[in-house]
Design a protein around this ligand. Structure first.
Ligand code: UGA
Length: 432
């Protein structure tokens, strides 16, 4: 099939490359000339395990193309995926749909035969209705169909998530589009993926509801971990004990720092905002947002306690500063609020991240980057494990850290408290 992905950010690029790998002809379009030039040279704008190899393979065999010409790319394609960003509006909780509507206006200029226009970007409920309205002002309804097909890709796991999704959701009541899209996803359906066809509004809501529910699950376990710290119970025992109940499930039940990234914080706010607009109260999600906003302050308090409130001149090393492991993404990482507060209290911060130095900290005095774990932790008073990269899972701390009184605060609970105790390491972890 002939596909066009508009927007080569995370969603558009990963989905486009994976669709081409399934044998489709895909044009990935972006207005950023530099990005497109780089992609043609094999320079990838994001860190995602396995993506570079797939891009090179499919670019070479000519199934994957990159272009800045939206009009031409749309004309040549039958299925158009809108994959541009929908960030939170300034001074509001609503999603900013400027990029979506700009793209829709451009697409409209290139429709001369039947096209399926799909929102893959996360868009608020009724956006599909608005898009249909805009296009139908210029184009007869029989020449296009607007469909919602939300994505459920996790950064760092995106290629696996694309190839083995739990479900594919197609929101449309147009039979022709549904049939075509079922064919497009047939290679995944034949491996066991569930395909569901819903109304367009339902598909839009399924995406928000899924992210909001996962954020709720994480917040629930994070709050329980606070309780566990007070009653000498290990939060992992609770996660395992609860997760084994199939009605609950074990995934997304790992306590950690405040959830971050480009999706959960933005999407929880947007669904609440939509619901408020329809005069319906999503009080559970509202309290999830509040609890998560408060989480970094709670963890900072724990850091102050671990350091006996003597933070001034303490050397603190962060292992991992992105919002989670296996990504270079700093968006809404809890480090962005914790590190500046520690600096204000006089701490000296250094950090190591497997994806390299971060621009976000370049202008801070008293923040330095270490090129490897060893140089990062060797002089530390406190080591904070902020993300759970495999690289951090078997460090010989006693051999590496010179300072005899060093402490560890494990925010992902990747070490065994018992084994740490046996090695006489002053080890503190979330939820125990
Ligand atoms: C999330 C969803 O998982 C995807 O299904 C969705 O497609 C994507 O948002 C999106 O809307 O585009 P992502 O933001 O890449 O994916 O990251 P997650 O793996 O979901 O992690 C989000 C946050 O939750 C991170 O801060 C992570 O550390 C935290 N988390 C996750 C926990 O604290 N505990 C867990 O058990 C799981």
């Amino acid at each position: 099939m002939k596909l066009c992905m508009i927007g080569t950010g995370y969603v558009g690029l990963v989905s486009g490359v994976c669709f081409s790998d399934l044998g489709n002809d895909v044009i990935c379009v972006d207005k950023d000339l530099n990005k497109i030039d780089n992609l043609k040279k094999g320079i990838i704008p994001i860190y995602e395990p396995g993506l570079e190899e797939l891009i090179l393979k499919n670019f070479k065999n000519n199934r994957l193309k990159f272009s800045t010409d939206l009009k031409e790319s749309v004309s040549k394609s039958d299925i158009i995926f809108i994959c541009v960003g929908t960030p939170t509006k300034k001074n509001s909780s609503d999603a900013d749909l400027t990029q979506v509507y700009n793209v829709v206006k451009e697409i409209t200029k290139s429709i001369s035969k039947f096209k399926i226009i799909i929102t893959k970007s996360t868009v608020p409920i009724t956006t599909g209705d608005q898009i249909e309205k805009i296009i139908s002002k210029k184009i007869p309804k029989k020449l296009f169909s607007v469909v919602s097909n939300p994505e459920f890709l996790r950064e760092g796991e995106a290629i696996r998530d694309f190839n083995y999704p739990d479900r594919v959701v197609i929101g449309t009541d147009n039979k022709r589009s549904n049939k075509t899209l079922k064919n497009l996803y047939a290679p995944l359906i034949s491996k066991g993926t569930k395909y569901i066809n819903t109304s367009r509004r339902a598909a839009e809501l399924i995406k928000y509801a899924s992210n909001a529910f996962l954020a709720t699950k994480i917040t629930f376990i994070n709050e329980l971990s606070n309780l566990c710290e007070k009653i000498d119970v290990n939060i992992e025992d609770i996660s395992i004990g609860m997760g084994l109940d199939k009605r609950i499930g074990s995934r997304f039940l790992r306590a950690g720092p405040a959830y971050g990234g480009s999706c959960f914080p933005k999407d929880t706010k947007a669904i609440v905002s939509t619901s408020d607009r329809f005069k319906s109260n999503l009080s559970v999600i509202k309290s999830v947002i509040k609890s998560n906003d408060n989480r970094s302050s709670l963890l900072l308090k724990r850091i102050f306690d671990i350091l006996n409130n003597k933070v001034k001149n303490k050397k603190i090393c962060f292992l991992g500063v992105t919002f989670k492991a296996n990504t270079d993404d700093m968006r809404d990482s809890s480090c962005l609020s914790m590190i500046p507060t520690l600096l204000k209290k006089g701490a000296k911060i250094n950090y190591f991240d497997p994806t390299g130095e971060k621009n976000e900290f370049k202008n801070f005095k008293n923040v330095s980057y270490s090129n490897d774990i060893k140089s990062g932790i060797s002089n530390s008073d406190l080591i904070i494990i902020h993300t759970e990269w495999n690289d951090f899972k078997s460090i010989n701390f006693n051999k590496t850290v010179k300072n005899k009184n060093y402490k560890i605060f494990d925010m992902r609970k990747i070490y065994s408290p018992k084994k740490m105790k046996e090695q006489k390491i002053k080890y503190f972890a979330i939820g125990s």
